[in-house]
Design a protein around this ligand. Structure first.
Ligand SMILES: [Zn+2]
Length: 269
């Protein structure tokens, strides 16, 4: 075996698989704790064409989990700058298109049309719902990642972990009919975004800067790793991606959902 950049992984999926990965274009919607982990895995796998969609800037509290963030990066650095540096550190020739804005802006939706696979890495259900709708409408392969940490009212830990949902073919259904999105919370997010727009603010689904929940790097790593793995098995044809993979960290297990999507989905039916 020659000592080449991708030699060790070509032992798994071959040079033909490696070529498919290189030729695939991806959009990462949300470049945060999960998004930077997904980006890191994809660039090491050999993905070469990236569109990054994210308006935010790092805070002091980003330092516990943003892959690629350095101690010397000042608060207020664009998350896009950190992600692009992360990509170029591994692949200086990578194609990186940056969209500095909230999803769903018209520019972001137009960009989704140009890629092969969309990675959802947002932390608000409103943005997730909109992204699900656009991926269904545009017929895009969609890999959505989320971590979930539930703290009880008395401060005790209820559960922690995450999940990856993959819509690789139309038969899979979507986040709505597979019941993996909190529609009540999504509605609240969208209503508050609408209110902001009505006050002359930025159009789109904004993150709540103050209402951020718990977030831990190692949970993000597992979920992002599952997402990147479903991508690579799907792209290289090793197997079909699984619809819903669930990580229950409090029990230390990863399992597959066997639930079938509900009939007559309003989004994808
Ligand atoms: Zn559906």
């Amino acid at each position: 075996m020659s000592d080449t950049r991708f030699g060790r992984q070509e032992l798994l999926f071959g040079e033909a698989g490696q070529k498919l990965i290189r030729e695939t274009s991806v959009a990462i919607v949300g470049v945060g704790g999960i998004g930077t982990q997904v980006i890191q895995s994809l660039v090491f796998l050999g993905v070469h064409h990236f569109i990054l969609i994210e308006p935010g800037k790092v805070k002091k509290s980003s330092q516990n989990r943003y892959i690629g963030m350095r101690h010397s990066d000042p608060v207020g650095t664009l998350k896009l700058d950190i992600a692009e540096r992360l990509i170029r550190g591994v692949d200086p020739e990578a194609q990186v298109q940056r969209i500095e804005g909230w999803f769903p802006s018209p520019e972001a939706i137009a960009a989704l049309q140009t890629v092969d696979v969309v990675f959802g890495c947002v932390d608000k259900e409103g943005a997730r719902l909109k992204l699900n709708e656009e991926c269904v409408r545009l017929g895009k392969r969609f890999i959505d990642s989320a971590t979930e940490i539930h703290i009880k009212e008395d401060g005790g830990i209820q559960s922690y972990g995450g999940r990856v949902f993959v819509r690789w073919t139309e038969q899979v259904g979507c986040l709505v009919c597979c019941d993996v999105i909190d529609l009540r919370e999504a509605g609240e997010d969208l209503a508050s975004a609408e209110e902001t727009a009505n006050r002359g603010g930025i159009y789109g689904v904004q993150q709540n800067e103050n209402g951020s929940g718990p977030s831990v790097v190692s949970l993000n790593a597992v979920v992002a790793g599952m997402a990147a793995t479903e991508f690579l098995v799907g792209m290289t044809g090793i197997r079909s991606p699984n619809r819903l993979t669930i990580y229950r960290a409090e029990r230390g297990i990863v399992s597959l959902s066997r639930d079938e999507p509900a009939q007559d989905c309003l989004v994808c039916g």
